[in-house]
Design a protein around this ligand. Structure first.
Ligand SMILES: Nc1ncnc2c1ncn2[C@@H]1O[C@H](COP(=O)(O)OP(=O)(O)OP(=O)(O)O)[C@@H](O)[C@H]1O
Ligand SMILES: [Mg+2]
Length: 286
């Protein structure tokens, strides 16, 4: 089956030939199968945003290739725009992307650019609004009158309304309170399931990633440090530490318990798993 994303020997250099030259990505090769839910983590400046912006043609490789659903993004530079619809991207602090007069017009912006009929646009806007848990009442409001969390949802709705086969989110929960965070992650997971979409979630939060993804890719200084299931990646705390990262809080607790001599499994990374383990330790009583 054709892969959703296939990256071969991708290098990206900013400001080449100037004193500010920075190699943000260095000879990266990696691929994502259709329907995978991948978390991309890495320290500030490790290249996460640069990497994902190659998937919808916002960035052009300095060398190497990026294939989306079997097509080379830059094979025909005049066609690059079509990848904006196939790989829908929610940017870091997406609330700054809202600029139309009403929330409706903002969410309709993507579908309109796809050249859809007005009736289809309206249907998609309503569906997307419901999907992210906003009330349709807000559609006639100005985006500037929404709360921070509502703005974030509206921006996500604008991308979902394009029904992209690949959904990419750059730190979608940054700055939200824990409830808002969980809620948005839930909607993203629902989109993943319902559409059998490929989802890429860039985040600094180990907790977010532990709860949602099937696979984790760790970036460090423009290279892939490790790639595997959450269980595999979180079983290498020292490696993560070398990249300025750490395992989720619950895993840290279990590693410490093990150090103290408790016979616990340290591949625990969600609260649910922790409860199960502790309950087993106490003979089924929590
Ligand atoms: N427009 C740009 N011009 C020059 N250098 C840039 C530009 N954007 C990013 N860089 C540099 O490229 C490297 C990778 O940056 P990138 O933004 O991709 O990292 P990131 O992992 O997304 O970081 P963060 O977690 O802070 O969002 C960094 O060294 C950064 O300073
Ligand atoms: Mg970034």
């Amino acid at each position: 089956m054709v892969k959703s994303i296939e990256v071969k020997n991708l290098t990206h250099v900013y400001s080449a030939g100037t004193p500010f030259e920075t190699t943000a990505l260095s000879d990266i090769s990696f691929s994502v199968e259709k329907g995978e839910f991948v978390g991309i983590i890495g320290h500030t400046g490790s290249g996460k945003s640069t990497l994902i912006q190659h998937f919808n043609g916002l960035k052009k490789p300095t060398s190497g290739t990026v294939m989306i659903e079997g097509e080379d993004v830059w094979a025909n530079p005049r066609d690059v725009k079509k990848f904006r619809f196939r790989a829908g991207m929610v940017f870091q602090y997406p609330e700054y992307q809202l600029f139309e007069e009403t929330v409706f017009l903002d969410i309709a912006f993507g579908p309109k650019n796809m050249g859809l009929k007005q009736s289809e646009i309206e249907e998609r806007v309503l569906e997307a609004v419901e999907f992210v848990g906003l009330s349709p009442d807000i559609l006639e409001k100005s985006p500037f009158d929404l709360s921070g969390g509502q703005k974030r949802r509206a921006a996500i709705a604008g991308v979902i309304a394009m029904r992209p086969g690949i959904l990419i989110l750059d730190e979608p929960t940054a700055g939200l309170d824990p409830r808002g965070r969980d809620d948005i992650l839930l909607h993203i997971s629902e989109y993943h399931k319902k559409m059998n979409a490929t989802v890429l979630l860039v985040t600094h939060s180990m907790e977010d990633i532990a709860k949602t993804v099937n696979r984790i890719t760790v970036l460090s200084r423009g290279k892939i440090l490790t790639d595997g299931t959450p269980k595999e990646v979180f079983s290498e705390p020292e490696l993560l530490k070398s990249a300025g990262l750490s395992v989720p809080q619950v895993t840290r607790v279990f590693l410490r318990l093990r150090e103290l001599g408790a016979p616990v499994d340290t591949t625990v990374y969600t609260v649910e798993q922790a409860v199960k383990q502790l309950s087993a330790l106490r003979g089924g009583k929590v």
